[in-house]
Design a binder for this molecule. Structure first.
Ligand code: SF4
Length: 359
């Protein structure tokens, strides 16, 4: 990746503010599926993925055409995505836990999120990164991670802690937030990934020209990423751990580093470099984890995803199981020191990462 062509910090900021861009999901909905509604219903999953690949190519051709009129086709590329998401739900592999639970039939996987998602709150958030506020934040109950230091344990550990939402109801929430001045619809939790099917389907009912923002732990499968890639305008993933051992111990996750770097690299190369979406990576500096986590993360970002902006967060504080199982987690039962946060930010500055406008 050439650093010579890297956009300036100002250009990256303008992108994330999404001024004057046609939102990606409108382009997706302007692309005819190429089969009628009945044909789409009957098509096999294999053929539907082949169709998705062809439509993705058409999306790439058309996405630069932001000035034209984009009338909704029926059925369209989004309908293909919704069909595929519903089929994945019957043997759930939205995330790399790959539970295989038949959620469509009422079974539950590790996240315990039911087929009808629950939203615990939706409001205009002014505490997110400055270029994206006010953000129309929608908090989904339930999570596929088990972070011992979770700051939202009331909703992440209780997937029933919210009101059930249909796609239309979710779209109404998004529209209402947009009318109140939100610059984006911010899907978060818990984690939004187990709710992918409903979020995709809700886009068909959203007419407001606000950006779609995916605020996630980034642990999606390649298939889930393919469904999301064309419709998300702003990616806001966490990159917490620089190795698998820390991810396993503190979030109960296997294979973290390979999966996260694979997903972020794909987003960066397919959407961020051509300028059709923005990427802000959140990295929470953890006490005692500068050498094992922060340093490899910052070095990887500088080398592999240089068009990303990075929020280097210093607000970690002991919570959740770090407090209730103090003896087990006493190594992270403190706030990170000024020296630890400064070491990470200084390294990012030395490596040319854009972090100040979003930290
Ligand atoms: S989203 Fe939930 S049910 Fe689906 S694979 Fe992930 S943890 Fe399992």
């Amino acid at each position: 990746m050439s650093m010579a062509n890297k956009p300036s910090a100002l250009q990256l900021l303008e992108r994330v503010q999404s001024r004057g861009h046609l939102k990606n999901h409108f382009i997706v909905q302007s692309l005819p599926a190429g089969v009628d509604a009945r044909g789409l219903e009957k098509i096999s999953a294999e053929d539907a993925w082949a169709l998705h690949r062809r439509l993705h190519e058409r999306f790439i051709e058309k996405r630069g055409d932001t000035g034209g009129h984009h009338e909704k086709a029926s059925p369209n590329f989004l309908d293909v995505k919704v069909k595929l998401a519903r089929e994945m739900l019957a043997s759930c592999d939205f995330c790399e836990r790959r539970c295989g639970a038949d959620r469509a039939a009422g079974k539950k996987g590790t996240c315990r999120v039911e087929v009808t998602p629950r939203v615990s709150s939706a409001f205009l958030h002014f505490g997110e990164e400055s270029p994206i506020v006010p953000s129309g934040t929608i908090f989904f109950a339930g999570c596929n991670f088990a972070c011992v230091f979770c700051q939202n344990e009331d909703i992440s550990t209780d997937p029933e802690n919210g009101i059930p939402v249909t796609p239309q109801k979710l779209a109404n929430m998004a529209t209402s937030l947009a009318m109140d001045g939100a610059r984006n619809v911010n899907y978060v939790g818990g984690d939004p990934t187990p709710n992918l099917h409903t979020i995709l389907e809700s886009l068909a009912y959203q007419d407001s020209p606000v950006a779609q923002l995916w605020n996630s732990n980034g642990f999606s499968t390649v298939k889930a990423m393919r469904l999301l890639l064309d419709v998300i305008d702003i990616w806001l993933p966490d990159l917490k751990y620089g190795n698998d051992a820390c991810a396993k111990r503190l979030s109960g996750i296997d294979g973290y580093w390979q999966i996260l770097t694979r997903n972020l690299k794909n987003v960066h190369d397919e959407m961020i470099v051509p300028g059709h979406a923005s990427l802000v990576i959140r990295h929470l500096v953890m006490p005692g984890h500068v050498e094992c986590c922060s340093v490899p993360i910052i070095e990887w970002i500088a080398k592999q995803v240089p068009y990303a902006m990075v929020n280097i967060m210093g607000q970690y504080r002991p919570q959740h199981k770090v407090l209730s199982r103090h003896a087990e987690f006493k190594d992270i039962a403190r706030r990170p020191s000024f020296e630890e946060i400064d070491a990470v930010r200084s390294l990012a500055t030395r490596l040319g990462i854009t972090w100040k406008p979003v930290s």
